[in-house]
Design a protein around this ligand. Structure first.
Ligand code: CTP
Length: 398
């Protein structure tokens, strides 16, 4: 799928640079040619020799290397690529990009280019959360720079949180979507999916019966049409599809944060079965049986992610699609829900136990839009997903 594509890979100075070696391999095995650029800091983490051996090409390191300037100036180097990938995208590189610095080869290439740029950030969680980095992120997004990750998880520095570089295959998926053909090529679409788990204590949680099957099918169908899909999923029982950027979360509040971080997007599809309530004071120790009686759980309301995004002023996606899980008066409830939440479409389904829809492989949906209600015949969840993806493509391109 990447045959003949020329990718300029800028490797910044972070521990995640070791994953960029694998990234080169993955890109190369898909037919891309990778021209590597290693920053000074990057050289502290991976050697120029291993980078150039994997890429099968010379590695560019220094702005003032006159031989290179004679062979190929930095302007040409930056423009001869079809895509520039920055991985790891350090806080420092992001700051330079946001400010337009050009004081080394990597930053000069990034400033001199008119080629699309994809950044895979990687840094310590505090550095990622710092207002300066978040400001730079907003600036870069507004400049049209695309991002993949960072993911949340254990980090090499011993902390936990967002900041871990996306996995090589996730970066490959983002690269592929850049070149994908199809009606959704170049579009970035967010899909939420699966249930959420709301902790009671470290070993117990409140959940629901969503398998994540419909959301997963929608994400796959959108990716098949060429979209870059950011797939924010709760603990689903079906595996995430290939070719999408996966952000795994547990609770509704984590899902809300991940959705926020994924914006801006061209469209958002909110298929997750988000818990409406969480336990207000989840215990950090396992609750024990006690003679004093049964535990009493107090609930607090979770943020309504769909309503929050639908009602955004600046970053509202062009198309917002919600789902409605109902057990009675499906159409009436769904029409009211579309108004209440402020989304464009609602895909309503009857999840009463007799239908076998929740956790099953089929779905019977009613698509509610401004134009009214349209009942689709009962069909497989994959077929519902394909039909919905076609509609989304038509709406975004119309
Ligand atoms: N949703 C959300 N955040 C929440 C609750 C729901 O984003 N905290 C989204 C779901 O992903 C879905 C839509 O809102 O797209 C409707 O979800 P549903 O559970 O049917 O509706 P509720 O808002 O929970 O309303 P009710 O419980 O009254 O049916």
């Amino acid at each position: 799928m990447l045959a003949g594509k020329r990718i300029l890979l800028i490797i910044g100075g972070g521990i995640a640079a070791y994953k960029s070696l694998d990234l080169i391999r993955r890109l190369a095995e898909r037919g891309a040619s990778v021209t590597p650029v290693l920053t000074k800091a990057g050289e502290e983490f991976v050697t120029p020799l291993s980078v150039s051996a994997l890429a099968g090409q010379k590695v560019y390191r220094d702005l003032f290397d006159l031989t290179d300037e004679a062979e190929m100036g930095h302007i040409q180097l930056s423009r001869s690529a079809d895509l520039i990938v920055v991985a790891p995208g350090t806080a420092d590189l992001m700051a330079k990009m946001a400010q337009g610095f050009a004081n080394d080869l990597a930053s000069t290439l990034l400033l001199a280019t008119d080629t699309p740029v994809l950044v895979a950030p990687a840094m310590n969680v505090r550095m990622w959360d710092h207002p300066a980095t978040q400001r730079n992120l907003e600036t870069l997004k507004a400049d049209g720079i695309r991002f993949v990750g960072p993911n949340e998880g254990d980090m090499a520095c011993g902390e936990f949180g967002p900041g871990r570089m996306a996995e090589p295959l996730e970066i490959v998926a983002a690269v592929e979507s850049q070149f994908a053909a199809g009606p959704l090529a170049g579009k970035r679409i967010l899909v939420t999916s699966g249930p959420t788990h709301e902790p009671i204590d470290p070993v117990r949680y409140i959940a629901n019966r969503s398998s994540g099957a419909q959301g997963t099918a929608v994400a796959r169908a959108l990716a098949d049409l060429g979209a870059h899909v950011v797939f924010v999923t709760g603990p689903a029982s079906v595996p995430p599809p290939d070719g999408v950027e996966v952000i795994a979360v547990e609770s509704a509040r984590e899902m809300a944060d991940a959705v926020q971080a994924a914006l801006p997007v061209d469209a958002g599809v909110f298929a997750a079965a988000v818990a409406d309530w969480r336990v207000a004071q989840a215990s950090d120790r396992k609750l024990k049986k006690s003679k004093d009686g049964l535990p009493v759980l107090e609930f607090a309301e979770n943020p309504d992610i769909l309503a929050g995004v639908s009602q955004m002023k600046k970053s509202r996606p062009g198309l917002v699609v919600g789902f409605a899980a109902e057990t009675n008066d499906v159409e009436a409830h769904a029409i009211a829900k579309r108004k209440r939440k402020g989304c464009d479409w609602i895909v309503a389904n009857d999840v009463s136990p007799g239908t076998g829809i929740m956790g099953g492989s089929e779905n019977a949906v009613i698509l509610i839009s401004e134009d009214g209600a349209e009942a689709w015949p009962r069909m497989g969840k994959d077929a519902v997903a394909r039909q919905l993806a076609d509609r989304i493509a038509a709406a975004l391109n119309g």
